[in-house]
Design a protein. Structure first.
Lengths: 172, 186
């Protein structure tokens, strides 16, 4: 019989591996911001085709924001620390999105309007919250949260979504 | 003692400006970093380097309507201003600004039909501002601020105007507190 605790940690690590902050897709445009420190702010705006955006932040009280209007976009956000905020707005086709937050009191809000989106989100730590507003079709969502006092909010309009939400209360 | 103070004051206040403008004579310039330089109708192949030590200095390099150019500005001190403009039909250019000190401003513009250009800004200190603006395709922009820790730096990269093919790459790396980074690609 498989231990439930072990299963939860194993699933978390599987998702962790799948959310590597380095994306190796072949795309035409690349925007990358890396910040190490406290109370930093990063913003990426992309309009056009085949864009890739990535923000990596280590520290506390940081803010990462990405706005994409176009198609074939990829996004990756990585935040390690406390009280960080990740914001994403996507409007277009065939977008991918990966969000990775490690620490306490982190918050992620995502708004996606379009088709063929693939969303992966992972949070490790206590008092973390994920918001996802999804308007479109053929979307796939895979979210995992490990910690205590967790929150997940999903608003979905569209067809063909395949959802998988895991919350593992490790630190109870 | 008085002479020492005067000497030290002069060393800090004196701006040492070395505008090394090595224009390309004939068909041989730039080395391997500037392929095709000086041949088959290429115009340009210029190299400009400015170095300044002191505060409140202004350095500007403009390379207009040329290809295969190289521009570099190095400044050490506070409240300095560096600007490089590679404009017109300007392809395969490279612009570099290095600044050490605080409250400095660095600005690189590679405008109009300017493809395959590279722009780099490195700033160490606090309260610095860096801006790179590139219009067309296949361009690369990189800004690094606050190596070792810093406060209150701002980095901005703009690429494209929406009417071209794209193929942009933009990188911003910042260390420290209260920094702001913005990338806009169209």
């Amino acid at each position: 019989m498989i231990n439930k605790n072990f299963l939860g940690i194993f699933l978390g690590f599987l998702l962790l591996l799948s959310l590597s902050p380095s994306i190796s897709f072949s795309v035409s445009d690349i925007a990358y911001i890396e910040q190490v420190g406290i109370e930093n702010s990063a913003l990426i705006k992309q309009e056009g085709y085949k864009n890739l955006a990535e923000i990596k932040q280590e520290g506390n009280l940081n803010r990462a924001e990405i706005e994409q209007a176009g198609s074939f976009n990829f996004v990756s956000t990585y935040q390690k620390g406390m009280e960080n905020i990740s914001l994403l707005s996507q409007k277009g086709l065939n977008n991918h999105f990966s969000n990775y937050q490690v620490g306490y009191n982190n918050y992620s809000y995502t708004n996606i309007e379009g088709n063929g989106n693939n969303i992966k989100e992972f949070q490790l730590g206590n008092n973390n919250y994920l918001y996802l507003d999804l308007i479109g079709s053929s979307n796939i969502i895979f979210a995992s949260q490990i910690g205590s006092n967790l929150g997940y909010s999903l608003t979905h309009y569209g067809n063909g979504a395949n959802l998988k939400i895991i919350q593992y209360n490790k630190f109870k | 003692m008085g002479i020492k103070k005067l000497l030290i004051s002069c060393l800090f206040s004196l701006a040492l400006v070395t505008p090394a403008m090595a224009f390309c004579p004939g068909n041989n310039c730039g080395g391997s970093s500037q392929p095709g330089c000086g041949g088959d109708g290429y115009i340009g192949c210029t190299e400009a380097i400015i170095e300044q030590i002191g505060s409140g200095n202004i350095a500007t390099i403009t390379q207009d309507n040329n290809n295969n150019n190289y521009a570099e500005i190095n400044q050490m001190g506070c409240k300095n201003d560096a600007s490089i403009q590679q404009i017109g039909w300007s392809n395969h250019n490279e612009a570099i600004i290095n600044q050490t000190g605080s409250y400095n401003t660095a600005d690189i513009n590679q405008h109009f039909f300017a493809d395959h250009n590279d722009a780099f800004i490195n700033q160490n200190g606090f309260g610095n501002t860096a801006t790179i603006d590139q219009y067309t395709d296949y361009n690369y922009a990189s800004i690094t601020q606050g190596m070792g820790g810093s406060v209150g730096n701002t980095a901005t990269i703009k690429q494209g105007t929406g009417g071209f093919n794209g193929y942009y790459t933009a990188n911003i790396t910042q260390y420290g507190w209260y920094n702001t980074a913005t990338i806009t690609q169209k």
